[in-house]
Design a protein around this ligand. Structure first.
Ligand SMILES: [Fe+2]
Ligand SMILES: [Fe+2]
Length: 217
């Protein structure tokens, strides 16, 4: 018989991991839609092709996660409500190309997948396997976003470039606040699967600094 405290911990872990899987899948689907919408107005063919490839990747991630969630026994009730999803789509739709690159790739793709990476070593084998292909593809997406951002920044005047760089931390901060205001209970979910949330926040700040330095180099 299972030790009651272990069974309880296990039930808490499974419930929280299930919710995190729902959240990750919803975010991937939103990214898929946001990227698909951006294809027609992207500045050149290289960008259109990268966005189209990403739409395919995110579609694959959503389908891998949906399959795994069914096996894992997750009740797939959306955490991000319909109106919140509309607001997220509207946010990305409203952004000029450079701001789009910062918000989607620096913030959502790079920092978001960094947070998911921290879950991997703590996850059960099935969940870990379900994240393997998606997280590997996210590296590609971040690489595209960062290289494209560097390319665009190089075409600005020194004054414009400095001004744009100076606004990046505020953009990340504002988007982080928006995410927190979605009230998704993320700190409790991360904690319940064994992530030290304070440490995670510190690691994300460090990663943000690295990304900033990479863009400034
Ligand atoms: Fe993804
Ligand atoms: Fe991605």
């Amino acid at each position: 018989m299972l030790n009651p405290s272990t069974a309880e911990n296990d039930a808490g872990y499974r419930a929280a991991m299930g919710q995190l899987l729902v959240l990750y899948t919803q975010v991937d689907q939103l990214i898929m839609e946001v990227c698909a919408e951006r294809i027609s107005t992207a500045p050149d063919t290289a960008a259109k092709l990268a966005l189209a490839k990403q739409v395919g990747d995110e579609s694959k991630h959503v389908s891998i996660q949906l399959d795994w969630m069914e096996t894992f026994g997750v009740e797939n009730h959306p955490l991000i409500t319909d109106s919140q999803q509309d607001a997220i789509r509207a946010h990305f739709r409203s952004l000029p190309w450079l701001e789009f690159l910062v918000d989607l790739y620096v913030c959502v793709e790079a920092l978001g997948s960094e947070a998911v990476e921290k879950i991997v070593p703590l996850a059960d084998p099935g969940t870990r396997e379900s994240l393997r292909i998606p997280l590997n593809d996210e590296l590609d997406h971040v690489a595209f976003g960062m290289s494209r951002l560097k390319l665009e920044l190089a075409s600005l005047s020194e004054v414009e470039r400095r001004a744009f760089m100076a606004r990046i931390p505020d953009r990340v901060e504002a988007l982080t606040r928006k995410f927190e205001n979605l009230d998704l209970n993320a700190p409790a979910l991360f904690t319940a699967v064994g992530v030290d949330y304070q440490k995670l926040c510190a690691q994300l700040e460090l990663r943000e600094c690295e990304l900033f330095d990479e863009l400034a180099a």
